[in-house]
Structure formats: C-alpha cells, structure tokens
Design a protein around this ligand. Structure first.
Ligand code: IVH
Length: 673
C-alpha cells in the first residue's frame, strides 16, 4: 500500500471534517465517513511510519480541553458523598436529623439509579434551549452546546408552564449496546461506556458527537426564574411532562425502604441497558433541601449509596514510595495490570507503613484488590497460599527515596516524613504543582509535566519563580515541544492569575491541613490578606490573643492553629510571601448574598439551647451569610445569640456590653421566616 494512497485518504477525511464541522454541509454519508476512518486506522496499524501524516485523525479524535469556551455555573455543580453500607445510610439520615434538630421523624426520599455518565447543565432562556455545559471543576465547565444539539432526546423548547429561564441538570451517558457497537467499529477502544460518553461529548467537532449515540437522563435543578415544584418528585414529573427522559426506576420511598430498594436495583443492575454504580437518595421536600444546604462540595440532602466494590486478584510487582508536598512518604503498589470491573488497574494504594505491616503485604505476593467507583483501588489482603517461598516482609525505607534525607515518624502519626524540606525535589515540585492546580492559582498549562520540566531546567525553584516565567518566554519557546504560540499562551495564563481571591491564595500555599474549606474559613474570618498575615505572625506566640482567636474559629481549632503557626514561624515562608506579594493583588472574595447581609463580616457566638434551629444549622446559616462563628465571647464578638439556659457566655456578653440577640431576632436578621 503506497504512501500516496494514505495521503489521499487523509485529504478526503480532512475535507469531510471541514464540510461537516465548519460548513455544516456533509459531502459524504456517515457510513462512507466511517469506512474512510476504518481504512485509515487499519493502514496506520500496518504502517506506523505513516503516523507523521495522520494529524487529521488526531485532531478530531482527541479534542484538547482548552478548545472549548468556558462557562461559569450560576450555581456550582457539586458531587455527592458516598456510602457503601446500610450503616452509612443510617449515618446520613442521623446527620440530617441532627442538623435540622428533628426527633426521630422518618425522612422521605426520592431514590434514583446513579447513572455512570457525565453530568451536564442545560440552560433554557425564554423557554428555548440556550446552552449546555459540562461540570468541569464544579464552578466552571466547558461549552458543549453544539454537541448537545446532536442528542435527539433533548427538548429544544419548553412548554408554557415552564419558567421562562431555567437550568436543568442531568447525566449524559452511552447505553451498553451503543458502547459495544462503537468499540466494534473503531480501532481506538474505550475502557467503559462512561469514558466513551465523555470522549464523544467532548469533541470539538460536533459531527463526531453526532455519529456516536449519546442519551440523557434529567434529574436535578440549577437556577430557575420561578419555582417549579415543592418536592423533588413533583419536579421530576414536570421534567417528564416537558419532554425530558427521567429514569423510570426512580421511586418515592421512606427512609425504612431504602435498604430494600438498594437490594432490588442491585439485582436489576446487570439487566439494565446502561451502566449504574449505585443509587442516589435525595430528600424529597425541596424546602428541607434548601435548609440543609451544602458542606464542602456535596449537598447534605443527598447521598450516593454505591454498590459493593469490584474485586480481582493479581501479582504485586513492587512497592513504590512517593513523596508528597508535605514530605509524607506514601507507599503505592505496582501491580501486574488487571481488569477490575471494566477498568485496567496498574496501581493501588497501600495507605501507610502500618497497613503494610498489619496485612503483611510483600512484594511478589498474589493479592486481592478492590475497586469502588472513582476511589483508588485498594489491596485487601495477600493470598498466603500463593506466597513465594523466598519472600520477606517489606521494610519501609527510613530515608527519603528522592533526596536521601532521613525520614522520621512522630509517635502519634501514621506517616513517615522526609526532613529534606526545601532541598527535597519531590516536596518542592509537589508544592509547585499544588500551587498551580485548579482550586489554587489554576494556571492553564502549568500541570505536573510542565512544572517538572521547568524545575529540571532550573527555571522554577520556588512559587515566585512562576511569575518570573514570562521573562523567560523566549527561552521557553525554544524548548522542545514548545514554540512561540504556546510560550506566549503560558505567559498570558500566568499574567491572568496575578489577581487572586484570598481563599485561593491561602489554599495555594499548601500549609498542612489547610484544604479548600479551611482556607475559606480563614479568609472569611480575617477578611483581608494583610490582616490574615499579621494575625498569623502574632499567632506564632503560644498564649497570645491572636493564637487564642485562631484556635477558637469554628472549624479550625487548636491543632490546625499549630500548623499555621509552624508555617509562619519559618523565615523562609515569610520571605516567599513577600516575594509573591510583589507580583500579586490578593482580593477579598465575598458573594453578593454575603456582603448584603447584616451578618457579613460579623463575629457571632451561639450559646444556650436553641429551640427552632439546631446548632449546626444555625452555624451554617450564619457562615453562609458571611459571619464568623466562634466558640468564645470576647470584646471582638459582634453578636451573641442566646438560647434557653445560657450560662457564663451570656453573662460575659452582658458584662462586655455586647449586642445580645434572641433566637427570634437572629432568625429575622438571617432572613429565616
Ligand atoms: S444528583 C448536588 N442524581 O453522580 C447533587 N447525580 O457523584 C447533584 N449522577 O456529578 C447530583 N446519577 O454526575 C444526581 N440520579 C442522579 C445521578 C447523579 C448520576 C452523577 C452526577 C454527579 C455524580 C456525583
């Protein structure tokens, strides 16, 4: 087969792509197109040397994420907390009751199969389909409007009884049959229907999406110009009446019926035409959903009860030690690749030193592993009957495998840490990767590969160096795999992040135990960067007012206060902050709801027994409106909410002449009817 023939084939495919995508006027039929692509794939398999001319296949096959326009979600798209057992469900119900201050009232749920696809947000304006976006990082997704238009089942308009503006959420998925047919028809195989659905939806060329068959189930609401229903069940019925597919297995159930529902769907699972990985239980009453709200990235009113994990056995080839940004040495199992529930698994977590000892896991063992949903596969146990005669227990290293420094383990800790700090390449690069990551500075193009590349090249040694990279743009553009355009793009991406909201900045620093949630709490409490920095430096003094204040922030506590104090006690960290300060504008991040509330920026203490609100609900509401909730009363406290039988805190508040609120007054200020 000649090269000329192959080149001709590429030209035809390129022409067909342009006709389909840009001109929306196909020049050949789908069947002809598929035949061309199959021939091209076959030729390429036989003649790998043709690969240099096969760019056309690449371009359309794997669309880069950056090719899509970004869409900011009006209401964040969240994930769900998982559980695997009846006790997890019971816990979930107990938490709801505690939060709402209910006695043992039984809760009412809607139970829906958890579809294994990818979530989508679909917006209608004036009852006409306007746009669709993927979940992305939850705050910002990709514009897949054109791609969604290829789904036959998407209602293009909504009837009169729908609100004029509404965002509907659901799951795009591929049926098992369509997945098998797709894999049959092409060389590049997808691991499972979920990957196939994601790969098909995220195509810059909507023509390709059109050729793959995707389906949709609607199951949740985003923003809406008018309320649609009082319960989730009624909402689903509305969606159905508007022409959406709603999962027919969904049911309204009471708390006591969940276990049986879970069992039944588990049995039906294999026979369903699409993949599911569990059942989602959602509180039916939408007013209660509203009161329950969210914690972190998940709603308090819903839970995904996943099916038991899939298991398999394979050989443990090696135990590798990875070094994280805080210096933690984490063991990872390298496995003889094995298929567990449709996914090829090559690595599994081993948690820590004690876990390896406790289970006596040895290199060379045949091990049983388990994979549950998106969770990293775990090793359950070694199968002793297959243990090689010459095996010996695993010895956990006492030195960092990256920098050679001694690795120590505190008595009360499960983790061994490298003491190399700033000389340990692993810690530095992991910190830089974290600094540039999504929840932190979110710098496009600064993923782990680029960070490592620049670190090795000596361009990047510390976080402030990131903002010096644009000075090296010419040098970067000369590097292999780069070029003028991509180097300029990187400079622009870096420049775009020189203004950053305080919570992201705090999180980016990678201080131990300061994840996104704690960073938000700190930002909310201290308000501005300058105030936070000064207070943290003051808090390095044990027993100082600043230290007590830090430890009394609800959700922070004394242990985390110690971590923060440790960070601010190191001169090199202060130097780094100063160096960063030269490049950055650190802004406050207050939402509209927050800044307009009389509670915004105020410090509030709850004391005594509240009768209409449980303490967690009151606290969450106050925080949502921008207040800082602390445990102890001081002259800095703005409001003290006093319930029944309040004791010393109420007395102190009176002595200090603070503003005292009754529960009813708090409800009024917080806008609760
Ligand atoms: S509700 C705020 N319902 O599961 C909660 N999610 O693990 C919004 N999913 O990102 C989600 N089936 O992609 C909901 N019936 C269902 C679902 C479902 C599948 C997915 C969804 C979500 C993920 C969370």
């Amino acid at each position: 087969m000649s090269r000329t023939h192959f080149d001709g084939l590429m030209a035809k495919i390129a022409e067909a792509n342009i006709a389909y995508h840009t001109k929306d006027a196909p020049v050949i039929s789908d069947a002809e197109y598929d035949a061309l692509r199959r021939e091209a794939d076959a030729l390429l398999a036989a003649h790998p040397e043709f690969g240099d001319a096969a760019e056309v296949l690449q371009e359309v096959g794997a669309a880069p994420a950056s090719g899509f326009k970004k869409i900011r979600h009006a209401v964040p798209m969240l994930s769900l907390d998982n559980g695997f057992a009846p006790e997890d469900f019971a816990d979930f119900c107990a938490k709801i009751r505690r939060f709402l201050g209910l006695d043992d009232t039984k809760l009412q749920f809607v139970a829906e199969p958890k579809i294994d696809g990818l979530s989508i947000s679909i917006t209608y304006e004036a009852r006409k389909f306007l746009r669709a976006a993927t979940r992305g990082d939850g705050s910002e997704g990709e514009d897949v409007t054109q791609n969604l238009l290829t789904l036959q089942s998407l209602p293009r308009t909504l009837p009169e009884d729908a609100p004029s503006g509404i965002e509907i959420r659901g799951e795009v998925y591929m049926t098992k049959a369509d997945f098998l047919a797709l894999n049959e028809s092409q060389e590049r195989k997808f691991a499972n229907p979920r990957n196939a659905a994601a790969g098909s939806l995220r195509q810059l060329d909507a023509g390709i999406t059109a050729r793959r068959k995707l389906s949709l189930f609607a199951y949740a609401q985003g923003e809406s110009s008018a309320p649609v229903a009082a319960t989730h069940w009624e909402y689903l019925r509305k969606l159905e009446s508007w022409g959406f597919s709603v999962n027919p297995l969904s049911e309204k159930i009471s708390e006591a019926e969940a276990e049986e529902f879970q069992k039944r769907i588990g049995i039906e699972r294999a026979g369903l035409p699409y993949d599911i990985d569990g059942v989602v239980y959602k509180i039916n009453d939408l007013a209660l959903q509203g009161r329950l709200g969210f914690v972190g990235r998940a709603p308090r009113w819903a839970m995904a009860w996943k099916f038991p994990a899939e298991r398999a056995t394979t050989t443990l080839l090696d135990i590798e030690i990875q070094v994280g940004r805080t210096g933690a040495l984490t063991p990872r199992a390298k496995l003889n690749p094995v298929n567990v529930g449709g996914v090829l698994v090559q690595y599994a977590t081993l948690h820590n030193e004690d876990e390896i000892n406790r289970k006596d896991i040895r290199i060379g063992d045949t091990v049983e592993l388990q994979r549950a949903g998106d969770v990293i596969p775990q090793i359950l146990r070694p199968l002793l009957e297959f243990r090689p005669q010459d095996s010996s227990p695993f010895e956990f290293p006492t030195h960092c495998p990256v920098c050679g420094s001694i690795a120590v383990r505190d008595t009360d800790e499960a983790v061994r840490r490298c003491t190399g700090g700033l000389i340990c390449a692993a810690q530095i690069t992991e910190r830089l990767i974290h600094f540039c990551s999504r929840g932190a500075f979110d710098i496009d193009g600064m993923g782990d590969k680029t960070v490592l590349e620049f670190y090795v090249a000596g361009l990047l040694k510390s976080a402030p160096d990131i903002f010096r990279l644009p000075l090296h743009e010419a040098e970067i553009s000369e590097r292999e795999g780069w070029g003028k355009t991509s180097a300029a793009k990187l400079s622009a991406a870096i420049a775009a992040r020189r203004s950053i909201p305080l919570p992201r900045f705090i999180y980016a620093l990678g201080i131990r135990r300061i994840g996104e949630n704690n960073a938000k709490l700190l930002a909310r409490h201290y308000g501005t960067y300058e105030n936070w920095r000064a207070s943290m430096i003051a808090a390095t003094q044990i027993g100082s007012d600043a230290r007590l204040e830090l430890g009394s922030i609800s959700g922070i506590g004394p242990a985390i206060a110690t971590d923060l104090a440790a960070f601010f006690s190191e001169q090199h960290n202060l130097d780094t902050l100063d160096a960063l300060g030269e490049f950055l504008t650190i802004t406050e991040a207050a939402s509209a709801a927050m800044s307009s509330s009389p509670l915004a920026g105020k410090t509030i203490v709850f004391t005594g027994t509240l009768t209409t609100l449980a303490r967690p609900e009151a606290k969450a509401k106050a925080e949502l409106l921008g207040a800082k909730v602390t445990e102890s009363v001081s002259k800095k406290t703005d409001f003290v909410v006093i319930g029944a039988d309040a004791g010393s805190k109420a007395k102190k508040a009176a002595e200090l002449g603070l503003t005292i609120l009754t529960e009813a007054q708090f409800r009024e200020i917080a806008g609760l009817e």
